[in-house]
Each structure stands twice: as structure tokens, then as C-alpha cells.
Design a protein around this ligand. Structure first.
Ligand code: CA
Length: 227
């Protein structure tokens, strides 16, 4: 059975396939809805927990739909359906950000099992990932995204971002940052912290002199601001 409230969007132009998938998902406890084309899918996907995406759509290529979703949401699982046996399609699909794919025709039992696996995976991801406005940090995979774009961070920048975002809205003392991110017996200068903060602010798209996401609290420390 699906977990209560888990929402699945089925993007499929074929009436019969779409109806049978939606029916099966509903029977297994999911909340399933259908989008019949790519444009509808892009306007509908936001509240869903998983997207089942047919590659061959009437208005746009499923790969393009996948990329467009990925540009906004780096975590939402997308399972592609393809009628083509071509390995190359699979590679393109996975490159575009799909997490799994199934070649038609497939059995419902396998379909449901694949979806359950992906939903479990994101359950454990979202439990540990941190989201503050348009910044998403996933400590498990050591990846972070800003506005849907993956950030390229050095190890200490990443650790610093994890600490600041995990306590967003709260002041964190410089000493605590130094001991948690650098060394538990830190007695030296905190210049290295300033350098890393400046770099992190730059990577968050901030210009010097502009209002920062990371507020400096004089004599105290820093606070990552809530959106
Ligand atoms: Ca199709």
C-alpha cells in the first residue's frame, strides 16, 4: 500500500495506459492524477511526491519535460516510461534527471515496486535534507542546490552551509562554528571563517554590499536568514 497522502502524477498521453495506471495507484492507496501532455505536466507537478513520465508526448519530448522539472526541483523522483527499447534513450533520460525508467509493456506489480523503492529513497532523503527558501542541502550525499542549480562547494564551505542552514533563523556563535566546522580545539584566528563566508555568499549569488542571506551579528556570530 502507498503511504497516506503520497501524490503521484502520471504524465501519459495514451488514454488506456493512463487510466489503468491511475486506477492501480488509487487502488493501492496513492493519490494519483494524470497529465495528458508536457505543458500540463509542467503546470501541475509541484505538489506531487513522484512523477511517472512518458517519453513520447504529443506536445514536447519527455526528456525536455524531465529537464524542466529538474531545473526547479532537484529531488522529486521522476520515473520514465518508454516504448522504445533503445539504450540511448535510457541514457538520455537518466542524464536529464530521471531516477528510473521502465520499458513498455510492463506489469503492474513491477511498476508499483519501482515506485515504492523511489518513494522510500526520497523519504529518507527529505528526512535528512535541509531546505531554506531556494537553498537545499543534502548532508547524506554532500550536495547542495541554489535555485535548482547544484552548488560547487569546497568541503569546509559545505560543512559551514550545513551548520548555518540546519539552524536557519537562529544566531550561531563564531566559536561554535570554528569548533564544529574546523577543529574542536580551535584557538587561532577566525580569518579563515571570514574567507569561507565570503566565498559562500558569492556562491549564493550575492554581491558585496548587498543584503546577505547570512547576517553578521557583531560580536556574536552569524545567522542564516529564513526566507
Ligand atoms: Ca506516449
Amino acid at each position: 500500500m502507498g503511504m497516506a497522502g503520497e501524490k503521484i502524477l502520471v504524465v501519459e498521453d495514451d488514454e488506456l495506459i493512463a487510466a489503468s495506471l491511475v486506477r492501480a495507484l488509487t487502488a493501492h492507496g496513492y493519490e494519483a492524477q494524470r497529465a495528458a501532455n508536457g505543458a500540463d505536466a509542467l503546470s501541475m507537478f509541484a505538489p506531487f511526491d513522484l512523477v511517472v513520465l512518458d517519453l513520447g508526448l504529443p506536445d514536447m519530448d519527455g526528456v525536455e519535460v524531465c529537464k524542466a522539472i529538474r531545473a526547479v526541483d532537484p529531488i522529486l523522483p521522476i520515473v520514465m516510461l518508454t516504448a522504445r527499447q533503445d539504450e540511448i534513450d535510457v541514457v538520455i533520460g537518466l542524464d536529464a534527471g530521471a531516477v528510473d525508467y521502465m520499458t513498455k509493456p510492463f506489469g503492474l506489480a513491477e511498476f508499483l515496486a519501482r515506485l515504492r523503492a523511489q518513494l522510500r529513497r526520497t523519504d529518507s532523503n527529505t528526512a535528512s535534507s535541509i531546505e531554506v527558501g531556494d537553498v537545499i542541502v543534502d548532508p547524506a550525499s554532500r550536495r547542495a542546490w541554489h535555485g535548482g542549480v547544484e552548488m560547487e562547494l569546497r568541503a569546509k564551505e559545505f560543512d559551514l552551509l550545513v551548520l548555518l542552514t540546519s539552524e536557519a533563523g537562529r544566531a550561531i556563535a563564531r566559536d561554535r562554528i570554528m569548533t564544529e566546522v574546523w577543529d574542536e580545539h580551535w584557538f587561532g584566528s577566525t580569518k579563515t571563517l571570514d574567507v569561507h563566508l565570503a566565498s559562500l555568499r558569492r556562491k549564493l549569488g550575492e554581491e558585496p554590499g548587498q543584503q546577505s542571506r547570512i547576517s553578521t551579528l557583531r560580536g556574536i556570530g552569524y545567522r542564516f536568514e529564513l526566507p
